[in-house]
Design a protein around this ligand. Structure first.
Ligand code: F6P
Length: 525
């Protein structure tokens, strides 16, 4: 395919645009603007079959322990399974547990949203602060941003993730302790950033009150770890549970969605689950050739492994989806950014690309120059929503026109014209032949957002399975955590440093600055 141009491919296949478009339950994937023929797609599907993808999908849905390094099942799909489904983990049907927690979340959200849940001074809750990081932040924060139009106006919902105190300080600056509810979201309840923020939040609350039930009125937890939740001082009665078979980056549809439920209400949350379930069913049952997540996954493998693409951009043409690239960064890179295979050997091929992106049209005025004329070979996903959620005239046509124009320009470029100064011709040329997928969603609703999330979850699964990595562990985050723990103690102790000369010098410089800041603070008092 190296010599084939998209111009030729489209000329050779008159209805290519339609023939390379697949639709499921309103979600449209047009993959025609890729450097593939029908034969390429057949070969890629053959690769998926050879890699045993269909058996892998079944193993996941059936609750087999496919997360082999942590010896766990992978069942985020059970979070959106309807009441009457049976999904067993070690012989126990987990669907009733899932729905039990959903009902508790809904009942709690109704109490908070209606003002029946009172703060320590008897006032209703006005602000919700979700404290979590990674999967315990990105999912609900992304979905809240996407679904603001469905949110109640009576609750101000905020998200704090970074251990950088500016994040929490700015978030709390204009909030009243007596009307603020903290949702401490952490699968493990041992994540240092989240616990540091949660402790500071608790101090902030208690500084304004000595009510004995202040923490109980203003803190709830979402976790799998009851002991740690209790040790923190949150009554397990105020804890919303999920399970070790839900990975952090796959947890938005679990109790980790509590802040979102508070914002949009339980019914809307259930609609999101239904959308995800629809995509689950499609992924499990549709033939590979018609299977949206599989097609996206295979095209990603095509560019990553056959064209050596290092990066893939996510370009939502919708401001409401502005956090989707960040969300997919964790989903994809933490899942498949691995070099060890499931068989315990070094992976012989490249795995996850770098995922990044920004909403259109903003990106066009920033980095699209490189997309059109740069020297990096890459692929991208354009995501568009057909019907807007506002009625401002003119905007949506312009937005969608830009989306369509960008994928067209990337694919076909512009033939060299001989107008203008000859020395500028090379600067003004667009070679085209740059691949993209276009995903269209009818309207952005909880349902379609659930579909979109599951679409990408399963794309990542399909790729990870074919690459032969375990998409559900994240050992690569451990070393930094261990070193940070050691260094934080060293900063405080002022003792000898035994790192490399760079790290030693950086820590020393920080120690000096810290001492100077301490002296300045004292002098200022
Ligand atoms: O450090 C990475 C990670 O474990 C992610 O996988 C996870 O989403 C995040 O930290 C937060 O973990 P927790 O929900 O246990 O606080």
């Amino acid at each position: 395919m190296a010599g084939a141009t998209m111009t030729d491919l489209f000329a050779a296949q008159r209805d290519r645009g339609q023939e390379m478009t697949v639709e499921h339950d309103g979600i449209v994937l047009d993959f025609s603007k890729n450097r593939v023929t029908t034969h390429t797609m057949d070969l890629l599907v053959g690769l998926a079959q050879e890699a045993g993808l269909e058996a892998g999908v079944e193993a996941m849905f059936r609750g087999e322990r496919i997360n082999i390094t942590e010896d766990r099942a992978v069942l985020h799909t059970a979070l959106r399974a309807p009441h009457d489904t049976v999904v067993e983990v070690e012989g126990r049907d987990v669907v009733p547990d899932v729905h039990g927690v959903l009902e508790r979340m809904g009942a709690f959200a109704d109490r908070v949203r209606s003002g029946r849940w009172r703060g320590m001074s008897g006032k209703p809750i006005a602000a919700v602060v979700n404290i979590g990081i990674g999967g315990s932040d990105l999912g609900p924060a992304m979905a809240y941003q996407a679904l603001r139009e469905f949110s109640t106006d009576t609750l101000d919902v905020r998200f704090v993730s970074n251990v950088d105190g500016h994040d929490l300080a700015r978030t709390l600056r204009d909030l009243e302790p007596e009307t603020t509810l903290f949702v401490i979201s952490s699968k493990t309840f041992t994540t240092v950033e989240t616990l540091t923020n949660a402790r500071t939040a608790r101090r902030w609350l208690l500084a304004s009150s000595d009510e004995p039930d202040a923490v109980a009125r203003h803190f709830v937890a979402v976790s799998t770890n009851t002991d740690e939740v209790a040790a923190f001082g949150i009554d397990p009665a105020n804890m919303f549970e999920f399970w070790d078979w839900v990975g952090g980056r796959y947890s938005l549809h679990s109790a980790i969605g509590l802040s979102l439920v508070l914002a949009v209400g339980p019914q809307r949350f259930r609609e999101m689950l239904a959308g995800a379930h629809s995509m689950d069913q499609h992924f499990r049952t549709a033939p590979l050739r018609q299977n949206l997540p599989v097609l996206l996954g295979l095209l990603g493998i095509w560019y990553r492994n056959f064209w050596d693409a290092q990066t893939h951009a996510i370009l939502p043409y919708d401001q409401r989806l502005s956090r989707v690239p960040a969300y997919l960064q964790q989903l994809d890179m933490e899942s498949n950014g691995k070099s060890a295979g499931r068989d315990g050997r070094e992976c012989p091929v490249g795995t996850a690309p770098i995922i990044w992106g920004e909403p259109g049209t903003n990106g066009q005025h920033a980095f699209f120059q490189l997309l059109h004329q740069g020297t990096v070979f890459m692929s991208c996903d354009f995501i568009g929503v057909l019907e807007p959620g506002h009625d401002l005239p003119g905007h949506h046509d312009l937005l969608m026109a830009n989306l369509f124009a960008q994928s067209e320009a990337l694919a076909f470029g512009k033939p060299e014209d001989d107008s203008g100064p000859p020395e500028l011709r090379v600067h003004r040329r667009f070679l085209g032949n740059r691949p993209s997928n276009t995903i269209l969603i009818p309207r952005l609703t909880p349902y379609s957002l659930g579909q979109l999330i599951a679409l990408y979850e399963h794309k990542v699964f399909a790729q990870g399975w074919i690459w032969g990595v375990n998409s559900f562990d994240q050992w690569g985050v451990e070393l930094g955590k261990v070193l940070a723990n050691r260094i934080v103690a060293e900063i405080d102790s002022e003792g000898d440093l035994t790192h490399d000369s760079s790290t030693n010098a950086l820590i020393q410089r920080y120690r000096h600055a810290r001492r100077a800041a301490g002296r300045n603070r004292k002098a200022g008092q």
